[in-house]
Design a protein around this ligand. Structure first.
Ligand code: G3I
Ligand code: 9MR
Length: 585
């Protein structure tokens, strides 16, 4: 990172009349009183900054800070720390008597509402049921895709190529739509379910009190577990008799931007494979532990299914999903996929649930590394389990996992500490779904905090949430409906098809990166976007338009880490201890 020589910039500003007072980039949901509070002001102004409370009284004087250059946006910025202000209230920044915009809230429950909205969004993603106004408000909609008669891919005339073929069907009802499309995908469900249930495992009392205003069919379940059960029920329908798990339920091609009830093309259960089976096994093994205290029969059913899926995967380790030519929906398979990380993830969860030697042996012969977490690399999810489970996995495996976790947290911390926006982000995180990488980096830092108690890691996680909620070059919250400015036109079929002005709330959009997959680069693809990436700066390559599925779509594996990050920070600031202090220093 580059620090611009402060002398030059002060001298320059003594003579330069400030032509504009840059708006501070801040966390637009505010801060908890005891949180670290870092503000970014773009520019290189040499004048001091004054913090005033809402009655205009000055509460803090801030000297002009060093000027940093942020390589990912090519901006000059100044960094201000107002952490010493801990009294709840609304504060505003002034420079040379000019108000700079974006009031700063300090309040006890700063992240409760955005946490609730992030998880309530999964209700809005429910397939196979109508959303009633008492739960969905103005985004109420009719049911679509009942999925109680889904064609098994390759059995009907169209997908088998045999004109007399007799299609086979299965019931694959319920579950969450994956993203802006109406597909339901097992691989993406795995990391999503795991991340959400981690919040319950880590802060059960906080989650018990988290009301989502959703239909409550199982009397004794907290709302969050009620919601996840809607997807677990669907996942269970995706397992074949032999234990193998289908990859997804989708139409053969993406449909139009219509409501679910109007998306009426045939839907298919598509191709059993090893990564879907292992992601299924890991997530349902974890879920069996979480739900066992509420519904033992349901928990046992999930564990049995998980072990069957593992056995199928062990028999079919090379059965990597290959997208057929006549299927153009999401593939959720990446170059070089070998399922090794999925075996490690599933083994960790199955050992945690069963204590069977077979699974522990897998971890010893196929050791985890610190890659991920993202849908294509589940290693870090396994590391979380083993690093915080010494009493289950033994000191040697747990210590090794702990070292991997802390090393990665230190690497992220170093990136953040030398970054103009103080953002713990690797260069390679600027990819499709970069905002979810920021949220997942925050979760890595939180795990380091749980293990070491070092508040620097907690502050790093705070900085990740700050970025998502407004401390970024767009000075916007990337979560629909939250913040002074937020996305208005996400790539999300229900929000487009419902003709309601406001998008469905609580959705984290994918965020900026230079993939340009949705840009009409050669002028021949007019459904794509104009070139929003001309700056060639990754942190600026974002477009708030429905055309931009590469930067402005929403997805369940992006909202899950947002909900975990905001929820865990809120839980900690409210005084909850990780796993109620169990099993950690
Ligand atoms: O892993 C490689 C990396 O090694 C390489 O350096 C980098 C260079 O760009 O590419 C990386 O692969 C990327 C991959 O995501 C993993 O990040 C691909 O470029 C990128 O195209 C791929 O994007 C995926 C996208 O579907 C297109 O396949 C996103 O991760 C994934 O979240 C997104 O998922 C879609 C579903 O298919 C359908 N439903 C909507 C959902 C969200 O957009
Ligand atoms: O809507 C689709 C989105 O969910 C996917 O992430 C994206 C990339 O696979 O594709 C979107 O669908 C577009 C399709 O790829 C090309 N024709 C236009 C579709 C809607 O934008």
């Amino acid at each position: 990172m580059k620090i611009i020589n402060i002398k030059n910039s002060i001298l320059a500003s003594l003579f330069a009349i400030p032509v504009f007072a840059a708006t501070p980039a801040i966390n637009q949901m505010g801060f908890a009183p005891k949180a670290e509070k870092i503000i970014i002001i773009p520019g290189n102004d040499g004048y001091p900054v004054e913090v005033r409370n809402l009655s205009g009284k000055k509460v803090l004087d801030l000297k002009p800070s060093l000027v940093w250059e942020w390589e990912y946006s090519n901006e000059e910025v100044q960094i201000y720390d107002i952490s010493k202000i801990t009294t709840p209230g609304t504060y505003r920044l002034f420079r040379n008597g000019a108000y700079l915009g974006n009031p700063i809230e300090i309040k006890e429950d700063a992240y409760r509402e955005v946490t609730q909205a992030a998880f309530k969004w999964f209700y809005f993603q429910r397939a196979s049921m109508a959303l009633e106004p008492k739960y969905a408000g103005k985004w109420a909609r009719a049911a679509g895709q009942m999925d109680n008669k889904v064609i098994i891919y390759g059995t009907d005339a169209l997908t088998s190529g045999k004109k007399n073929a007799k299609a086979k069907y299965m019931n694959s009802s319920k579950g969450w739509y994956d993203a802006g499309d109406y597909g339901k995908y097992i691989v993406n469900s795995g990391i999503t379910v795991y991340t959400i249930l981690q919040l319950y495992e880590h802060f059960p009392e906080f989650v018990d009190k988290l009301s989502l205003n959703i239909p409550n069919t199982s009397k004794n379940l907290p709302d969050l577990l009620e919601e996840v059960k809607y997807n677990l029920d669907w996942m269970l329908t995706m397992q074949d008799k032999d234990g193998g798990v289908y990859h997804k339920v989708t139409t053969l091609k993406f449909g139009g931007s219509v409501l679910p009830e109007s998306d009426v093309a045939d839907r298919y259960a598509i191709i059993k494979n090893v990564t879907a089976s292992l992601d299924f096994a890991g997530a349902l093994a974890q879920a069996s532990v979480v739900y066992s205290k509420f519904d033992k029969a349901y928990a046992d059913k999930m564990l049995k299914a998980a072990e069957k899926a593992w056995a199928w995967a062990k028999k079919n380790p090379k059965a990597i999903y290959k997208q057929p030519d006549d299927v153009q929906t999401g593939s959720y398979v990446h170059d070089g996929e070998d399922a090794m990380d999925e075996f490690r993830f599933a083994a960790g969860e199955l050992y945690n649930a069963t204590k069977k030697e077979e699974y522990l042996n897998e971890l010893k012969t196929n050791p985890m590394n610190g890659n991920g977490p993202w849908w294509g690399d589940m290693n870090m999810l396994g590391i979380y389990r083993v690093a915080t489970g010494a009493t289950i996995f033994g000191d040697s495996l747990s210590k090794a996992a702990e070292k991997i976790l802390i090393d990665e947290a230190n690497s992220l911390k170093a990136e953040g500490d030398t970054s103009g926006y103080r953002l713990p982000m690797h260069k390679w995180n600027w990819n499709w779904g970069s905002n979810s990488a920021v949220a997942n980096n925050g979760i890595i830092l939180l795990h380091a905090y749980y293990i070491t108690g070092n508040v620097a890691y907690l502050n790093g996680a705070q900085k990740c949430l700050d970025y998502l909620l407004g401390k970024n070059p767009f000075e916007m919250s990337y979560v629909t409906g939250f913040g002074y400015r937020s996305p208005r036109n996400p790539h999300h079929r229900p929000s487009e098809g419902d003709l309601v002005d406001d998008p469905v709330p609580g959705m984290l959009v994918g965020g900026p990166h230079l993939g340009k997959q949705d840009i009409n680069l050669d002028g021949t693809e007019n459904w794509k976007c104009p070139n929003y990436a001309s700056s060639d700066m990754p942190a600026l390559a974002y477009l708030d338009d429905r055309c931009s599925y590469a930067t402005n779509e929403v997805a369940i594996n992006w909202n899950a880490p947002l909900g975990y990050l905001a929820g865990a920070l809120q839980a900690i600031y409210e005084g909850n201890n990780f796993m109620k202090g169990k099993g950690l220093k």
